[in-house]
Design a protein around this ligand. Structure first.
Ligand SMILES: Cc1cc2nc3c(=O)[nH]c(=O)nc-3n(C[C@H](O)[C@H](O)[C@H](O)COP(=O)(O)OP(=O)(O)OC[C@H]3O[C@@H](n4cnc5c(N)ncnc54)[C@H](O)[C@@H]3O)c2cc1C
Length: 548
């Protein structure tokens, strides 16, 4: 037995493990946070230097040829393993497990350049690994942004257009795929295709939500819009859920809807609607709110003040608005490091920012992963807006986690070209869309903090069933508890399967289900938790640290 494993058996080591589990927030603050800070500074510096000296859009075709060569080499080798991108799962933002990757041929799709901004056609063409932080740094100084300019800086154009891309402009434009002008893909036989709504309407509509199972995305062209340097924000407090749901619905479908619209729900009866418009700097400079300065309250806490203050307005610099939740990972940072909201932390250490999701994922043990699945909620549902009040009640009953995220989203009816994303069951009068809403809960259910039983499988699976019953669907970046039949009832596979046959993708790429389903071991096998569980830990303490 080695000295290290002997040490692992000692009482000292067990006590140390227990202390580290019980004080996970401090451990993260002392380790993952400084590393994340250096990682992030390095990444931003690299991106800026890369954009200035290293970017090589002119070599895009060469990079695409390299992807094609790898695909052809895999085919020539006679391999029967399907293909996937070589991007390590811990680097992606999706919280679900990506164990399918270990059984795949890894194809390097390391394309990360902005290729072209066309201000006449109002489009930007980007490679798939271009992320949102990189894109706002590029486009905003030119006076433009994506029509659906997604919040977290690390989310990529490829992941958002092949998976889910939503933001606070979706009540005007729909999900990000509705703003795609062209997808450029490399298919299973190594061919290159540029797909537009005109060139191939079937494939064009089958690509969103296909999660890279029809081909590798090598570029995507997205619509942009002109912007102004500030966002004028109006915060509207609501003291009943009916008031919040009715007003958000009215605002979202109005002809003069606000340019940006979201709501944050703080309890069963309270929430704040946020309406916003592009604007110039206000005459009264004291109304400017630099929400992303390290010492400021997190955005969701600032919004919450409207419940006491009443309705008010302020002006947020545009780029700070776009990335208003990055610093606090929406409200997950408070769950991970409860002291991160305290004044002393913000002024003293707030400049360290938030730990990177990738680092937290990359350093996660199997036991922590199991606890994340079973003792922590990351649950979004996309349901018709008229079901919002019922959905909030459902979330309260199942999770009781607050705040809740509310993003109104137009869901278009694509008729016979319906891809995996379901068509709405009913439409707004005279329109080809209905207003849906993303409702998101992130955090540890209070029942667990109180030391009570809480069965993730029961509650999440029930929420998925509820979502399907009311004509909604669930994003696939999170854990999916449905079985395959339920999954195919929620997501129509007709067009998708036809396209897989046509493109020779069957066997060459996994199916979406194989990528997103919750692997059986995460449902049942607790052995790795028992291995890692500190012996003397109290149930309530264990629960409180479980998400970390
Ligand atoms: C903290 C947090 C905040 C989030 N906030 C938002 C938000 O504000 N708005 C929002 O819409 N979503 C949000 N998400 C979810 C996010 O939409 C998904 O994770 C998403 O799919 C994009 O993440 P990614 O860029 O890391 O893509 P990935 O997870 O890497 O990719 C998503 C899918 O697309 C496939 N894919 C990626 N690139 C390619 C390619 N080149 N070719 C073929 N297939 C490819 C991947 O294989 C994968 O199946 C958030 C997630 C987290 C954890």
């Amino acid at each position: 037995m080695s000295i290290l494993s002997k040490f692992g058996e000692t009482k000292l080591a067990k006590n140390a493990a227990k202390w580290m589990t019980d004080n996970r927030g401090l451990v993260v603050a002392a380790t993952a946070l400084p590393v994340s800070f250096l990682f992030e500074r390095g990444r931003v510096t690299r991106d800026v230097l890369y954009a200035r000296f290293g970017a090589s859009p002119e070599k895009h075709d060469e990079r695409v040829r390299y992807v094609q060569e790898q695909v052809r080499a895999r085919n020539a080798s006679g391999s029967d393993q399907p293909m996937c991108t070589a991007r390590p799962p811990w680097l992606t933002m999706s919280t679900r497990t990506s164990t399918y990757k270990k059984d795949c041929n890894h194809i390097e799709v390391a394309l990360r350049d902005v290729l072209e901004v066309d201000t006449e056609r109002m489009t930007v063409r980007v490679e798939p690994l271009v992320n949102m932080g990189q894109l706002t740094r590029y486009l905003v100084p030119m006076g433009y942004a994506l029509k659906v300019m997604v919040e977290m800086e690390d989310l990529t154009a490829g992941g958002l257009t092949m998976g889910l891309g939503m933001e606070t402009t979706c009540h005007r434009y729909g999900l990000i795929q509705e703003t795609v002008v062209a997808y450029e893909i490399v298919t299973a036989d190594g061919s290159f295709l540029r797909v537009t709504a005109e060139s191939d309407p079937e494939l064009f509509n089958a690509l969103p939500w296909s999660h890279g199972t029809l081909g590798f995305l090598v570029a995507v062209e997205l619509e942009i819009e002109p912007v102004k340097p500030y966002i004028r924000m109006k915060y509207i407090p609501c003291h009943s859920m009916k008031e919040l749901c009715d007003r958000t619905y009215e605002l979202s479908i109005a002809d003069d809807a606000p340019e940006f619209l979201e709501a944050t729900i703080y309890s069963k009866d309270t929430g704040v609607i946020q309406c916003a418009w592009y604007d110039d700097a206000p005459a009264d400079r004291s109304k400017i709110n630099h929400i992303n300065r390290w010492y400021e309250k997190f955005f969701y806490q600032h919004v919450e003040t409207a419940l006491q203050r009443g309705e008010f307005e302020d002006w947020i610099p545009l780029r700070e608005y776009y990335h208003r939740h990055t610093r606090s990972i929406f409200w997950e940072l408070e769950e991970l490091m409860p002291f991160s909201t305290k004044t002393w932390w913000r002024w003293g250490f707030g400049w360290l920012g938030a730990p990177k999701i990738s680092l937290l994922k990359g350093t996660m043990t199997e036991g922590i992963r199991w606890k994340l699945v079973h003792k922590h909620v990351v649950q979004d549902i996309i349901v018709p807006m008229r079901e919002l009040e019922r959905s909030v009640e459902e979330f309260h009953e199942r999770f009781e986690v607050y705040p809740l995220l509310v993003y109104p989203i137009r869901i278009y009816n694509h008729g016979e070209h319906q891809g995996l994303q379901p068509n709405p069951r009913q439409l707004q009068p005279g329109k080809d869309w209905d207003m849906f809403v993303d409702l998101g809960a992130y955090g540890i259910p209070p029942a667990l903090k109180r030391g009570e039983e809480w069965d993730a499988e029961e509650h999440v699976a029930a929420t998925e069933r509820f979502t399907h019953e009311v004509g909604g669907f669930v994003p696939l970046y999170q854990d999916v508890w449905m079985n395959r039949t339920q999954f195919e009832e929620m997501f129509d596979h007709g067009l998708y399967r036809r396209m897989r046959e046509k493109l020779g993708a069957v066997g060459a790429f996994p199916e979406v289900w194989d990528k997103v389903r919750l692997q059986p071991k995460w449902r049942t096998d607790k052995s790795f938790v028992e291995r890692e569980e500190p012996a003397e830990s109290e149930p309530a303490q264990r629960s409180a640290t479980a998400s970390n």
